[in-house]
Design a protein around this ligand. Sequence first.
Ligand code: 2AM
Length: 194
Amino acid sequence: MRLFAAVVPPPECLDELGRVVDRLHRLPGADGLRWTSRPGWHLTLAFMGEVGEELLPELRARLGRAAHRTSAFPLRLHGGGHFGRRALWAGVAGDLDTLRLLAERSDAAARRAGVAMDEHRRYQAHLTVGRGRGEGAPLQPFLDELGGFEGTRWQVTELALVRSNLPVSGVRGEQPRYETVDAWPLEGREGHSG
Ligand code: 2AM
């Protein structure tokens, strides 16, 4: 199954973002983007891709330990950014050091469980709200609108393991369905060290 580790913001914080994204939908050029499905909104920590069933017990155990060692931390959705003309995303602010630490620990947990992870790309915390169709789309008007967005702070208390079910219908533009298959509480008390 196709899996990734993620932080899932609480519904009220996603609703705040949803209200901004509603405004984006009304801007000229909004048809040039495929808007991501809101029930699936998340912040990816580590993308694993296809993971064999036989690796799951070890993966779960190691992700559980990664969560156990990491302290809960504050985060808020904040502003926006883009990857070229292809992806428009909301950014985050708050305790980014602990977010990054949790991402590194999730990545290490997956590797040690035997998951063939991609080469390390620089971790850029983001929540994708839209993707440019075709060759991509001009994103600046959307970035201007997202730029001032400041979400309410929440406390990240859980590491989630999410399954991505790719569309099978063949309908163009259909979105993957995301399903949280497990979650572990953040229980560390050690701050940023270790
Ligand atoms: P994205 O939002 O920038 O596309 C599920 O696909 C999640 O894993 C998405 O948040 C996606 O980021 C992220 N991801 C990271 N690397 C990926 C990859 N190589 N293929 C697909 N998704 C990836």
